[in-house]
Design a protein around this ligand. Structure first.
Ligand SMILES: Nc1ncnc2c1ncn2[C@@H]1O[C@H](COP(=O)(O)OP(=O)(O)O)[C@@H](O)[C@H]1O
Ligand SMILES: [Mg+2]
Length: 228
């Protein structure tokens, strides 16, 4: 089932007199429970597309349809609510809050997402997710005592603790060595499947493509005909 559709999305930025079209009418759809990899040269518009899909910035033209609703016609509060409750995010760096423990990072996310998980269930849920990312033994640790790979595992746990429908990951392995990249990639794939999340992941890493259900290639603001 298609959960997400990008329909003729365009994005332009004006730089002084110059108007530059970064996305030139992009179409793609994401199916529920699948991992889609978005690849393409640096500057081809991958991050721009991901942030528009996730409601972090508006498109100049076109539609973003999530669960049958057109997000491009919603007001910013409606978009914020969807983003906070239905989407999860992972970036190249973990961006953990330095003065919060691993467990507290996840609690904070439950607050921000206005999660429906009842207060007394929250600790159990946090334990469960930390187990899934194999970080349950570090639940009281602060970010400064974690390795890069461990931080990224916590960032992934934080991205899914509120049970999002869609996970947006922008180069989540770019700052890791190849062994840790593979571990993180396998983790993202397994979570996509076990929790039935729909994942859109930007990656530069050719090796990671074998883990994806679909590969979408971008070039110069357009999606090229499908590879898989
Ligand atoms: N806010 C912005 N203002 C002006 N230009 C931008 C902005 N965001 C992105 N761009 C430009 O859009 C192009 C695509 O960027 P991006 O989507 O980050 O590419 P990618 O993620 O594929 O490397 C780049 O040339 C970048 O400089
Ligand atoms: Mg990018």
């Amino acid at each position: 089932m298609t959960i997400f559709t990008i329909d003729e999305v365009k994005k332009s930025f004006t730089n002084g007199e110059l108007k530059e079209e970064i996305l030139k009418g992009v179409n793609l759809s994401l199916r529920e429970g699948e991992l889609t990899a978005l690849v393409g040269a640096s500057g081809s518009g991958k991050s721009t597309l991901l942030t528009i899909a996730a409601g972090l910035q508006p498109a100049s033209d076109g539609k973003v349809i999530f669960e049958g609703k057109n997000m491009t016609t919603m007001n910013s509060e409606q978009v914020r609510k969807i983003r906070a409750s239905k989407f999860g995010f992972v970036f190249q760096f973990a961006h953990l809050v330095p003065f919060l423990t691993v467990e507290e990072q996840l609690m904070l996310m439950l607050d921000v997402s206005e999660s429906k998980i009842r207060k007394r269930e929250q600790n159990k849920e946090i334990d469960k997710i930390l187990k899934l990312v194999e970080m349950d033994h570090r639940k009281n640790a602060y970010p400064s005592s974690l390795s890069g790979g461990e931080k990224q595992r916590v960032a992934i746990a934080r991205a899914i603790i509120h049970k999002p429908k869609v996970l947006f990951a922008d180069e989540p392995t770019a700052s890791l060595d190849s062994k840790r990249s593979k571990d993180v990639m396998l983790l993202i794939r397994d979570l996509t499947k076990t929790l039935n999340i729909t994942t859109l992941m930007v990656t530069h890493d050719e090796e990671m493509l074998s883990f994806a259900d679909h590969i979408i290639k971008m070039s110069d603001g357009q999606v090229l005909p499908s590879l898989t």
